[in-house]
Write a protein that binds this ligand. Structure first.
Ligand code: SAH
Length: 268
C-alpha cells in the first residue's frame, strides 16, 4: 500500500499550481450552490475556498448533499467579512463576470486565464484568486475594480449567466487543463486505454492474412484484381493503432464470418 502511494507520488506531477488557486465566493445566498462549488473544486483538484459575507449558512443538508463527498472543503473554507480580507495575500485576482461593464477592464477568456496560470503560480508565495459574485446580482463594479482582470465565459448573449457552481466548474476545469499541460501529463485517452497493450506487428500481420483469406472466401476480394484493397485496409487499421484485445475481437468476427459463409455453401 505504501509502495503504491510512493509510486503515485512519483508519477503524479506536483499539485503546487492548483494549491495556489483560491476560489472566492461573494455574498452567496444558496447553501446548495456552495456545496456545488465544493464538488466542482474537488473534482478538479482545487481546495482553497474562501467565502466573503455569505448570505446563508454554509454547512446545511443542502450544501453537504450538493458537495457529494467534497464537504471537507466546506468545513475548511475560510469566511471573511470583506473581499479585501479574502484576497489580501493574493498576487493576482480575477473577477468572473457574466455581463460586460461600462468601464472597460482587462478582459480574459477562460483559456487566456489558464495560459497565464503556470507563470502566475510560479513564485512560492503567489496566490491567484478567482472571484465569483452573488447569484442574484453578480459582482459590484467596486468589487470588479479590485480585480486585476475580468474573465467572461463565452455564452449565449441572450442568456449569459451561468449557475454559480457551473461557472466555477468551467474555470476550475481550465485551471486543471493548464496544470495538466504544464506537467505534460496526458489525460486518459479514450482511444488508448491502458487496460491492454497495443497489438504487435506480428499480431497485425496475422490479422491481415486472416482478413485477406476471409475476404477472398466471401468473394469480396479477388487477388487477381487486387485494386490496392489490402493496402487500403492496412492503412485504415494501422491508423487506428488497435490493441491486442481489439485485434482478438476483429479476428473473432472474421472466424464467425467464415463459419457463416461456409454453412451457406451448397452442400456437394
Ligand atoms: N445575475 C448575475 C449573475 C449571477 S451568476 C449577473 O447578472 O451578474 C453568479 C456568478 O457566477 C457571477 O457573479 C459570476 O461570477 C459567475 N458567472 C456566471 N456566468 C458567468 C459567465 N458567463 N462568465 C463569467 N462568470 C460567470
Amino acid at each position: 500500500m505504501l509502495d503504491f502511494a510512493l509510486y503515485l507520488l512519483m508519477i503524479s506531477p506536483s499539485l503546487i499550481m492548483l494549491e495556489r488557486i483560491r476560489i472566492v465566493l461573494i455574498g452567496t445566498s444558496h447553501p446548495g450552490n456552495i456545496g456545488g462549488v465544493a464538488r466542482a473544486m474537488h473534482n478538479m483538484g482545487l481546495a482553497d475556498l474562501a467565502l466573503v459575507a455569505p448570505r446563508c449558512e454554509v454547512i446545511t443538508q443542502d450544501s453537504i448533499s450538493r458537495a457529494s463527498g467534497a464537504d471537507h472543503l466546506l468545513h475548511q473554507a475560510n469566511v471573511h467579512a470583506t473581499l479585501e480580507d479574502a484576497v489580501a495575500d493574493c498576487t493576482l485576482a480575477v473577477g468572473a463576470s457574466a455581463r460586460s461593464r461600462t468601464l472597460p477592464w482587462p478582459m480574459l477568456s477562460p483559456r487566456e486565464l489558464a495560459d497565464r496560470l503556470p507563470t502566475e503560480c510560479q513564485p512560492a508565495d503567489s496566490r491567484v484568486a478567482l472571484v465569483f459574485g452573488r447569484e442574484d446580482s453578480g459582482l459590484t463594479n467596486a468589487e470588479l475594480q479590485r480585480c486585476h482582470a475580468h474573465v467572461h465565459i463565452p455564452t449565449n448573449a441572450d442568456f449569459s449567466s451561468l449557475n454559480l457552481a457551473a461557472a466555477v466548474q468551467v474555470l476550475a476545469y481550465e485551471c486543471r487543463m493548464a496544470w495538466l499541460s504544464q506537467a505534460q501529463v496526458d489525460t486518459p485517452s479514450v482511444a488508448q486505454s491502458d487496460d491492454d497493450d497495443l497489438a504487435t506487428h506480428a499480431e497485425l500481420e496475422r490479422y491481415f492474412e486472416h482478413l485477406e483469406r476471409t475476404l477472398i472466401g466471401i468473394d469480396f476480394h479477388d487477388p487477381a484484381q487486387p485494386r490496392q484493397l489490402m493496402a487500403r485496409l492496412r492503412r485504415l487499421y494501422l491508423r487506428a493503432r488497435p490493441e491486442r484485445m481489439e485485434m482478438n475481437i476483429l479476428r473473432g468476427i472474421l472466424s464467425a464470418t467464415e463459419k457463416a459463409a461456409s454453412s451457406k455453401q451448397p452442400k456437394p
